[in-house]
Design a protein around this ligand. Structure first.
Ligand code: AMP
Length: 622
């Protein structure tokens, strides 16, 4: 394995900061040393820490290799794949919980907690334990030099809540996060692809539990993430599951289905499947072998690479579908891609490499160890942030649109998806009812037109608006995403200065369907969404018209002829019925009827206003 030489200035700072890849399966730290990023090694061995925690009967939790070794002996007290639970609620991860031998519950904020030895732990606390271990190992390899500063990577698809959870984990671990960066961006840095004058890069990252594909462009050494797509529920674990299912079926046929429930069996089958998968990377044929004396199980079957590939054909296809999506979002054709980078342990699979190569029509970069490339890139970024190297600028994008629910349930998008971060956008809102002294804000994320179809990020209230007629208050709502992807939403009433902001509470995570389909769902439902959005907007408009007309009905009865009053009353009745039905056609026609019926009233009110204005004023003043 060789390193790509990075042509950079080596005006290194005295103090170093860690680059940490906090992975679903493994975590790893790297640091900038001797003019290049290096993975830290302890006694010549890679400092890769399996992201696994074992809770022994007494004493402190154990993290890493030893914990992983306990997975068969004492499976109930071993926790793994914790990254999948960051910032999520129970219902979001229901399908995973079925497969994993966990006890889990929800705290009062709807966030998941995993149980071990009768104690409940948040994913942040558990990730903190992993980060502490990574930090300990790093300090050992840095000959005792302690650095608390770090850059941590997250999948490009992590939303704000999940990024915040990662920050929280680091804080619990006593680390100072210089920046959270996207894994594909880190990988590009590790390969020094910024050295290209101009070009487009695809980073295909298939790890243990997540899949990301990112299209980046480089111009004069500046990276820009053009688009990201992916699947937070697709990774090496799924390839393991295909082999595990094969074993389960065969073993259930011999030993009955009860054995499938045994936690020890579940762990053993998982490990055997992974071993077989890894063996198939080196050899064209391997053995899937399970031996559990306690359950009197000894079972083996030979599997060829072709058979394994066939079992996983749909998984490969899902990654390529995401590649197509990312290219189309980035408006870049396959032929315009100059470099392809493979990241994540699962890209060692020959089946993955050959499919990626034929899809993009070029050999992907595999020179760096795919398990290390993200940590190496994080170390490059850490070095830059510590003042070591300044000849590069990183631009990331927000993967999903962010907006606010408006009256009637529609969404007003404030920051569009794939906006380069950090970014900021402000939009004006007003009150809907007379004398309304507060406004509820509902922050949502996603590509759908109605708030109910998007992901709810949180709510907050702006109070202290002085009583005034509807529509007069001027409220500026600001969305700010900082360089780490953290979102702050603030609202300010411009007259009084009353203000409020949201601290996004990770109340609900994404459901499985939302995670996997938020983007394609938006696309699939575009037509229906358009109709629903039109109905919502019409309903809001009609509601405002009804309110205003009701307020002036007495004036209408006093000042208009009988026919006009009857038209107004008919229009009001039709409008109320249309509001009940929510039918877009009925809403549209009653809005038009309403508009016609209110014309005499509008003229009357204008006259009244004009008369009042004239009273007490000389002609010359008007
Ligand atoms: P990561 O999350 O990037 O650390 O990737 C871990 C995943 O890579 C796990 O699913 C591993 O089983 C998988 N992996 C590691 N080495 C190999 C290999 N030689 N062949 C196939 N998969 C591998």
């Amino acid at each position: 394995m060789g390193y790509i030489e990075l042509n950079v200035l080596n005006t290194g700072p005295a103090q170093s900061a860690l680059g940490i890849d906090l992975g679903t399966t493994n975590s790893l730290a790297a640091v900038w040393r001797d003019g290049r990023p290096q993975v830290l090694k302890v006694d010549g061995r890679s400092s890769l820490v399996p992201s696994v925690i074992y809770f022994p009967g007494d004493g402190q939790p154990i993290v890493g290799r030893e914990a992983r070794e306990q997975a068969i002996a004492d499976p109930e007290h071993v926790l793994f794949s914790i990254k999948r639970f960051m910032g999520r609620g129970l219902k979001d991860v229901a399908s995973e919980l079925e497969r994993l031998p966990y006890r889990a519950s929800e705290n009062e904020r709807g966030l998941i907690q995993l149980e071990a030895r009768g104690r409940k732990y948040s994913p942040e606390e558990l990730s903190a334990l992993i980060l502490m271990k990574v930090h300990d190992v790093a300090c050992q390899s840095l000959a005792g030099q302690d650095t608390k500063k770090c850059v941590i990577t997250v999948p490009a698809y992590f939303d704000d809540t999940q990024r915040q959870s990662t920050r929280d984990a680091a804080r619990i671990a006593g680390l100072e996060v210089l920046r959270i960066i996207n894994e594909p961006t880190a990988a590009s840095l590790a390969y020094g692809l910024d050295q290209r004058g101009k070009g487009n890069v695809v980073v295909y990252d298939l790890g243990g539990g997540t899949f990301d594909v990112t299209v980046l462009s480089i111009e004069e050494g500046v990276f820009q993430v053009r688009a990201t797509a992916g699947d937070t529920h697709l990774g090496g674990d799924d390839f393991d599951q295909r082999l595990a299912d094969l074993a389960r079926k065969a073993i259930a046929a011999q030993h009955g289905t009860r054995v499938l429930e045994d936690p020890g069996f579940q762990q053993a089958v998982r490990l055997a499947a992974e071993q077989c998968k890894i063996a198939l990377t080196g050899d064209p044929e391997a053995e899937l072998h399970l031996s559990i004396p306690e359950l009197r199980i000894s079972w083996r079957q030979r599997v060829t690479r072709e058979e394994f590939d066939a079992l996983c054909a749909d998984l490969h296809e899902r990654t390529l579908t995401a590649c197509r999506q990312a290219l189309s979002d980035a408006k870049v054709r396959v032929s315009e891609i100059d470099e392809v980078v493979l990241v994540g342990g699962s890209t060692r699979m020959p089946g993955v490499r050959s499919r990626v190569e034929s899809f993009f029509g070029r050999k992907p970069h595999t020179e760096l160890n795919p398990d290390e490339v993200v940590a190496l890139g994080a170390a490059v970024q850490a070095h830059i942030l510590m003042g070591g190297r300044r000849d590069m600028l990183l631009l990331d994008v927000t993967p999903l649109s962010l907006g606010i629910e408006t009256m009637g349930g529609a969404v007003s998008k404030i920051i569009d998806r794939n906006s380069t971060i950090p970014c900021e956008a402000t939009e004006g809102f007003t009150t809907y009812a007379d004398n309304q002294t507060g406004i509820d804000f509902h922050i949502v994320q996603g590509e759908r037109e109605l708030a109910k179809d998007c992901r709810s990020l949180g709510r907050f209230q702006l109070k202290g608006i002085p009583p005034m007629p509807a529509g007069l208050a001027r409220v500026a709502v600001k969305f700010h995403i900082d360089a780490d992807g953290v979102l702050t939403v603030s609202a300010k009433e411009l007259g009084t200065g009353a203000n409020a902001h949201i601290e996004i509470q990770p109340m609900h995570g994404l459901t499985d369907a939302e995670v996997e389909g938020m983007l394609s769902e938006g696309f699939r439902n575009a037509r229906e969404d358009f109709e629903a959005r039109r109905a919502a907007d019409l309903a809001t408009e009609l509601g405002t018209m009804i309110q205003a007309t009701e307020k002036h009905m007495n004036a209408a009865r006093a000042g208009l002829d009988r026919e006009s009053v009857r038209d107004l009353e008919d229009a009001l009745t039709a409008a109320r019925a249309a509001l009940q039905s929510r039918d877009p056609k009925a809403l549209q026609s009653s809005r038009d009827q309403f508009e016609r019926a209110t014309l005499p009233l509008a003229a009357l009110l204008m006259n009244n206003v004009a008369q009042k204005a004239l009273m007490g004023k000389s002609l010359g003043e008007v």
